[in-house]
Design a protein around this ligand. Structure first.
Ligand code: SF4
Length: 136
């Protein structure tokens, strides 16, 4: 897991939870729905059959702007766990999202450690979208 001191670098609130485009797997949705949330409330279908977290007033449905925390932190989507490591489809490799204020603190060694997990996640998301098995 990527351990980042978000509070130190993101004093205005989590950049990654603002206007989020985080894509979810069926497993993510199953875990979150088990907490009592309805998929209709927190998921939105986007292009090519993918399902993303819904934004409300510019923030992720699960973002608590009062506390600047994630309401489902322990059950958050896998992509949120690996962020700011993301898969760059154009370069076909994992990289760090420049938009994260703490991006410069993520070392190559950290990227290497989660590289396989991020790639596996992307493969799962693509497979589910192609086969019409996305969670929404
Ligand atoms: S699920 Fe939590 S960590 Fe992920 S974008 Fe939403 S508020 Fe942020």
């Amino acid at each position: 897991m990527i351990a980042i001191d978000c509070a130190r670098f993101c004093s205005e609130g989590r950049t990654c939870c603002t206007e989020t485009e985080m894509t979810l797997t069926r497993e993510d949705a199953k875990r979150i729905s088990a907490l009592g949330y309805s998929k209709n409330d927190y998921l939105v279908r986007v292009t090519a059959g993918f399902c993303e977290l819904k934004n409300v007033d510019g923030y992720c449905f699960f973002y608590d702007s009062g506390n600047m925390t994630c309401k489902i932190y322990d059950a958050r989507p896998e992509g949120c766990r690996w962020y700011p490591v993301i898969f760059d489809a154009r370069k076909r490799k994992c990289t760090v999202d420049d938009e994260c204020p703490a991006a410069a603190t993520v070392t190559r060694d950290r990227i290497r450690k989660v590289n396989h997990k991020v790639k596996t996640l992307v493969a799962t998301l693509r497979r589910e979208a192609v086969h019409g098995e996305s969670p929404c």
